[in-house]
Each structure stands twice: as C-alpha cells, then as structure tokens.
Ligand binder design. Structure first.
Ligand SMILES: [Zn+2]
Length: 467
C-alpha cells in the first residue's frame, strides 16, 4: 500500500494557488499533492468533493485556563478549549507560560505542559516576561536580571517567543525592561510579542471616570483606551525593537492608527516588524459597547468604529498585518458580571478559538475583502512561520498532515448551542457562516469527522518551536 491515506477530489488552497488535487498522506506527513486523476492505492480514502482542502489553522494567541489578576480562570480549560478549536479547524495553538512569584520559567513551563495534557490538538507556549514579584495584581516592579537571563533557557526549551505587556498593573513592563528583554530576545533570535497599549495613559483616563452613570456605560471602556494611546505604544515598541535588533510582533492591532504605524515601519524597510489582528476587530464595531450587556464584548484593546474595521481588512489584504489570531480569552456571564456596576472591573477578553476560520471565510473571503489564498496565509501559513512551528501551516510534502476539509456550503449558526466552548453565551449570536470545517486531520489522523469531534483527550503534543 503506497499511502496511508488519500484525500480525493478536493480543491487545495495554498498561499499562492487554488487547484484540484488528491492529497496523499504517509506516516502522519503530507507525502504528495497529486493530480485529481492520480488515484494510487491507499489504506483509507476521504472524499473531499465540493470542499476546500487547506493546512490546519494555527492560532498563536490563546488563553486557556488562565489565571487573572482578579483570581479567576478563563472559562475554557485545555479539554473544552482545544476541542472547540479542533471543531473550528484549528490544529495547533500557542498559549502562554507565566511564572508565579519565586517560580522559574522552567518550573512554570513544566506545570503548563502538565496542565495541557488533555489537549486534543498540538500546542506550544509563549514565555511571558513580566515584573518579577507582582505577576498578578500589585504594583509594577522591575524585571530582574535573573528573569532576563532565563530568556535563553526558554528559547532552548522550545519557547522562543516572548510576551510583554505595556499595560495592566502587575504585568506592565517599563520601557527600560522592555528594551533589556528585547536585546536578550534578539540575542537568541527569538520573537517578541507585545500587548501595545500605553498603560499609564489609559490608567489616568480610567481613574478620571468616577460617577456611577459613567462607570456602567460600556462605551467608556473604549473611550478610556483611545486609538492614539494604542498607536503610541505600538510606535514605542517598534522603535525599541529597531534599536535592539529584535523581531517584534504587535499583538491584536485594533485600529487604523496603530496599523498605520506598522505600515510606516514596514514602508521604511524594517523587516523585523510584524502585525497581528483578531476576528473581533474585523467583525464587531464599538456599537456593541452601547448595549446593556456590553461587558461580553469588552476586550483590550477595545472594539472600534466601522472605519477602523474597513482599514484593518485592507491592511490584512496588503500584508501590513501578517496574521489573525483569536486572542481567545473567554469568561462566563457570571465572571463578566463581576464588572456589572463598573466597566473597569470587567475581566477583559472574548472567545474566538472555534470561529476564526469560519468568520474569516464569511466576512473576508465571501465578502470579497480577502482571497482564499489570503485566508490560508493569515490563518495558517504565516502564523506557523512567524512563531517557529516549522512542520505546520503548509499543504506541502514533508509538512505534518494537519489538514482541514472545509465545506463552503455547510451553513453554521454561531449560537452558544452550536459552539463548543464552555461559555454559556455566544458573542456571535444571530450570525451565520456559509461554510465550516467538515473534517480535521491531526498528523494524518482524523480528529473531526462530519463536524463531530472523534479524537481523544491527549491527542495533542507539545510543540518545541525554533527559528
Ligand atoms: Zn491575549
């Protein structure tokens, strides 16, 4: 039997082509892309007629079972979160490790790998660099030399991407520490991933909101995190990265102004600067924040006006923005209600691990804003490249057979009942996607068949990443 598996009659989508092909798989790897007439013997055949065949989506920014400053955990654990991801066509995620006081990064990594033992898809971890003694809440302190010294260890352990926050008390790094970390990251040829908001400015704006009526007004969440404070932080990060020589990915760009800073950097020839946005900044406007239940749509940076959405789509199309990640950070209605009387106490974050591929197809490809090739580029290929997932993200011989068979004619309502996160609501309620992932293969083995999860807890493997 020459091949383990043959996926027949589908339409293959890569970053630069769309073509009919039979995809042959052997030993968990893609073995060959054959012409549709070429039907060699195979142990198993999957008919993909009428479907797109694409590389498994890579979601390089998720927060599963994450402890927040308020002492609560994000609502999806590794079981519910990765199952929802698989059902949405995702075959790899990159989450975060964050050391507790007195903990080494290696201890934090081992704990996190253990935490992820039930994952049904492959997973890696970014390393969070934060002030040492106040990882959760508390006052901002400095990042120790010890922590900076651990950057090399983390890279050697397969976590060569480093998250830093320019906002959030307890996580916010001072510019001096941002720069010190960037220099160390440059030395190991790593990638810095930065939450770029000006924490000091937005805190001053938030502190100035005091009346009960203003504190229940969800729109103040966005007004106290205006585009200009985001763009300022993006600019500062890019300049520090340029000075240090580090490669930097600006996480979750939400607005035209911040995206234009990235465009400017790329425009003057910087090849070490990259941009990420998320589906929520592409499909939801800040109108959601005028609702009584606005807190369900509160994330940071916040949702923006329609003009920003239009600009982000254009920047995605032209490659100013490199990748789309979910920033999946779900909180239940009860957890969100902690901020019922004060928007500043709402846990920030939205779900999205399951809906990214479907939403980008519906609102991007079908709406004519991006091509099928762009879709694969921003959801699979570029995330894998940027984050050092060397065997992922391409439908090409030698790569892992992480494959999505996407049925473009399989409408899916995005109600809570149709989605698989642990959440008791859907931010996409009332929305429908025309197409959805029908089958999903992880390293050559079906983990989703006809829209049902058929894999097992623990199917996922830790991805040791490198550049
Ligand atoms: Zn995040």
């Amino acid at each position: 039997m020459p091949f383990d598996l043959l996926i027949t009659q589908g339409t293959a989508v890569t970053t630069d082509a769309v073509f009919r092909a039979n995809v042959a798989v052997n030993g968990g790897k893609i073995a060959a892309l054959l012409s549709p007439q070429d039907m060699p013997a195979a142990g198993q055949v999957i008919d993909a007629a009428g479907c797109y065949v694409l590389p498994g989506a890579v979601d390089a920014h998720v927060h599963l079972h994450m402890l927040t400053a308020a002492g609560i955990y994000s609502a999806d654990d590794w079981c519910t979160g990765t199952r929802a991801a698989a059902l949405g066509g995702v075959t790899s995620v990159v989450d975060f490790i964050q050391a507790l006081p007195g903990q080494t990064l290696m201890e934090a990594l081992h704990e996190r790998v253990d935490d992820a033992r039930d994952a049904v898809i492959d997973y890696g971890f970014h390393t969070t660099i934060h002030p040492d003694e106040a990882p959760i809440g508390g006052v901002n302190k400095r990042v120790s030399d010890y922590r900076i010294g651990e950057i090399r260890q983390a890279a050697d352990a397969g976590c060569p991407t480093f998250k830093m926050y320019q906002a959030y008390s307890g996580l916010q790094v001072q510019d001096a520490d941002l720069f010190r970390a960037l220099r160390a990251i440059a030395e190991v040829n790593g990638l810095a991933c930065v939450h770029a908001e000006n924490g000091d400015v937005l805190q001053a704006l938030r502190d100035a909101v005091t009346s009960p009526a203003e504190l229940v007004n969800g729109l103040n969440h966005a007004r106290t995190r205006p585009a200009i404070q985001e763009a300022e932080a993006v600019n500062r990060t890019i300049m520090c990265a340029e000075l240090s020589g580090a490669r930097v990915l600006i996480f979750h760009i939400s607005c035209d102004l911040a995206g234009s800073v990235v465009a400017g950097a790329k425009g003057r020839g910087l090849t070490n600067v990259f941009g990420e946005t998320c589906p929520q900044y592409l499909v939801f406007t800040d109108d959601k924040l005028a609702r009584p239940d606005a807190r369900l749509w509160m994330c940071a940076p916040p949702l923006r006006p329609q003009a920003d959405l239009d600009a982000l789509w254009r920047k995605l199309k032209t490659g100013v923005l490199d990748v789309v990640s979910s920033d999946h950070c779900p909180f239940t209605r009860a957890q969100k209600d902690l901020g019922a009387g004060d928007f500043r106490r709402v846990p920030n974050g939205m779900p999205g691990i399951e809906t990214r591929l479907g939403l980008l197809y519906e609102y991007g490809v079908r709406a004519g804003k991006i091509s099928l090739n762009d879709w694969v580029r921003v959801c699979s290929t570029r995330p894998a490249e940027l984050h050092g997932l060397r065997s992922k993200g391409r439908l090409a011989p030698g790569y892992d057979a992480d494959i999505v068979i996407f049925d473009p004619d399989s409408p899916r309502e995005l109600s809570a009942a149709q989605l698989h996160s642990a959440l008791d609501y859907s931010v996409c309620d009332g929305m429908t996607c025309a197409g959805w992932a029908r089958d999903v293969l992880l390293r050559g083995r079906a983990i989703v068949q006809n829209g049902r999860h058929t894999g097992r807890a623990g199917d996922g493997q830790f991805l040791k990443r490198s550049f």
